[in-house]
Design a protein around this ligand. Structure first.
Ligand SMILES: [Zn+2]
Length: 450
């Protein structure tokens, strides 16, 4: 058993180590308490299931307390109630996860977190939310009302919670944090603006089924998706992908039977999408113009290929090993193009904020931690929800960087003007011809806010 456990973590945690994860620290128990108030709301269940999802991808020992409430949120795996869903999700992601009985752990042996307001007062952290705003509180809330609804806020809170636990087991400082992915703001004064689904942006082609796509699909399934989606990726799931891909289980990566599934095939059923097991440049659907292309891959020149399509609006999200999750917009003539902003041949940067770079792992520019991918997917989901009202297309900035800094999560804004000499984008006349030949849903939307 121990040999197999060691073999699992040696392979599964390659990218986690690259981002500063230390094996001995990840063995420290993490205690998660789902409050009775949170357990009965859909938002509370979303927070609980997402938090355990992220925790099981990096941590190795947990104590779980959750009421056996009827399941109202979507579970990654089949389950009878919330308690069962939390446990089954954790074990599907990490079959070697040691789940301890809550009472067996001395309180000071673990880093602890509560979800909702009805949780013990001796916890290290508490998650709360309102509308689209999620919050990480140090300690507990005092005699508060039951936590309410707010699906995106609950999702944001779970991301903040997962990053706090990862920092805390590594003895790093954790500060109170707030995030609203819809308002694209962080900090104390973040407003609680929320938005319910479903997500309806027409025919979508998702290019790339890696960690950000995996998170987007995970969150999108919860808000509901209308319209036809294609998911295009020729890559197979590997065990070291499961450290950060919210929709993947160990079995998807062939543990233990060696039968791996292709990433597109894993993600597509989550939202009723059509999987395409192909690389974008070889895909036979490349000539079909959808309403929206989500550029969530980076290899094989895909950024310049997609920049060259003449689309009026591109949105996508990325993570970096510097503990950031980033949302990008590209509107021709107003913004730079995706290939100029993120050149394919850029050397991977491994100045992880928590540990030294690991020289023998320099081959993986996609290294990330689960909460980084989850945050990138959540920022992207929020942006997509707003597209029908102009939203991201009408903003004056075009790049949002969520930095999981020790001082507290911070969202920064950048504006990248069109790059002089860009050879990736079509000029205005050609773009209009392309768009008129096959008009699509959002062809006019960037102009609305220009
Ligand atoms: Zn360019």
């Amino acid at each position: 058993m121990n040999e197999r456990r060691d073999a699992f973590y040696a392979e599964r945690d390659r990218r986690t180590r690259q981002c500063g994860g230390q094996d001995t620290n990840l063995e420290r128990p993490v205690r998660i308490v789902v409050g009775d108030d949170a357990a009965t709301t859909r938002a509370g269940q979303v927070a609980a299931l997402a938090l355990i999802n992220m925790v099981a991808r990096v941590h190795r020992r947990v104590a779980l307390y959750a009421p056996a409430a009827p399941l109202r949120a979507r579970s990654l795996v089949a389950a009878d109630d919330l308690q069962d869903a939390i446990r089954a999700t954790a074990l599907a992601i990490n079959p070697f996860l040691e789940i301890q009985a809550d009472g067996a752990l001395p309180p000071d042996a673990a880093v602890s977190i509560g979800i909702g307001h009805h949780v013990p007062a001796d916890l290290d952290f508490t998650l709360t939310w309102q509308g689209g705003r999620g919050e990480l509180i140090i300690g507990a809330l005092d005699g508060a009302e039951p936590v309410g609804e707010g699906l995106l806020g609950a999702a944001a809170a779970s991301v903040l919670g997962a990053s706090a636990l990862f920092r805390a087991v590594h003895d790093q400082p954790v500060n109170a944090s707030t995030l609203n992915p819809l308002a694209r703001s962080s900090g104390r004064n973040t407003d609680p603006t929320g938005l319910a689904g479903p997500l309806d942006v027409g025919h979508v082609q998702v290019i790339g089924a890696g960690a950000v796509a995996s998170a987007l699909v995970y969150w999108a399934r919860e808000v509901g998706v209308i319209g036809h989606w294609d998911i295009v990726d020729g890559d197979a799931t590997e065990l070291h992908n499961t450290n950060r891909c919210l929709s993947m289980t160990a079995a998807d990566a062939g543990w233990p039977d060696g039968i791996t599934r292709l990433k597109a095939t894993v993600l597509a059923p989550m939202i009723g999408a059509t999987p395409h097991e192909a690389w974008y440049d070889q895909w036979d659907g490349i000539d079909v113009r959808p309403d929206l292309i989500l550029l969530l891959a980076n290899a094989r020149g895909v950024r310049s290929l997609i920049a060259h399509r003449g689309e009026p609006l591109l949105v996508h999200a990325t993570t970096s090993a510097r503990w950031t999750a980033e949302l990008h917009r590209h509107v021709p003539d107003r913004d730079d193009c995706p290939a100029c902003r993120l050149p394919d041949d850029s050397a991977p940067v491994f100045d992880c904020s928590t540990g030294p770079a690991v020289p023998d792992l320099r081959d993986s520019p996609d290294a990330a931690l689960p909460f980084l991918s989850a945050a990138a997917g959540l920022l992207l989901l929020a942006a997509l929800l707003q597209i029908p009202d102009g939203g991201i297309a009408s903003e004056s900035v075009n790049h949002w960087q969520l930095d999981f800094a020790p001082a507290g999560v911070q969202l920064r804004e950048y504006r990248h003007p069109p790059r002089e000499g860009c050879t990736h984008q079509l000029d205005e006349t050609v773009r209009s011809t392309v768009q008129r030949a096959a008009p699509r849903k959002w062809d006019q939307i960037p102009m609305r806010g220009a």
